[in-house]
Write a protein that binds this ligand. Sequence first.
Ligand code: PEP
Length: 253
Amino acid sequence: MVRKTLIAGNWKMNGLSEDGQALAKGVALEAKKAARKDCEFLICPPFTLLGLAKKAIKGSRVMLGAQDCHFAEKGAHTGDISPVMLKDAGCQYVIVGHSERRTDHYESDELVQKKATAAIAAGLKVIICIGETEAERDAGKTIDICTAQINGSVPECSTAQNTVIAYEPVWAIGTGRTPTTAEVEDVHAAIRKVIGKKLGRANANKMRILYGGSMKPSNAKELLALPDVDGGLIGGASLKVADFMAIAEASKQ
Ligand code: PEP
């Protein structure tokens, strides 16, 4: 089963006009030169940089995404951004359920599912994040937690075309620590099984499952070579053009 590798950068709350524009331009330029012609590139800047980033990547193979959305189309939700607004701003993707949203903003599986449903209805593709905390891993609950998060966060309208899953162990995000490759493959294979039960085998076989959590040029090759790892959701290393591109070049065909 060939699933197109997706190399996605989550810039988080980083970047002002000048450096954000330069980063987006740099990724667009290097993506043109990249040896890997068959993988997809996505950048997810903060909301304030979406317009500038859209201009900077125009005409390139790099796609644009946002880091969160509200579930409503419009209305009295001060400070929020709707999926329709993101689509209008040029986004093709939106990340939902990132662990930093789940922790900092107390987002539940139910809320993540509502956001994903609304984003898909607006014509966006969603990257739904799941992953266990260190305490949950230590207690041997990784697969149970991921299963519950998939069942609670992934909507019935999800398909392999409109949804990507990102497995991000919370304890690996921004820490420089990663699970072993065997552990990553075990979880990804389990996630695919759960998706199969929920959305059918055909969707499960075609749906991309990204790994996220301290992915960098030095560990990308072994992580991206795993059979059930279909790309990366990259935080820190997506803020440097060279690192982001080196991760893409390390990915499997
Ligand atoms: C992330 O926040 O999605 C992430 C994976 O961050 P980092 O690569 O910095 O661990």
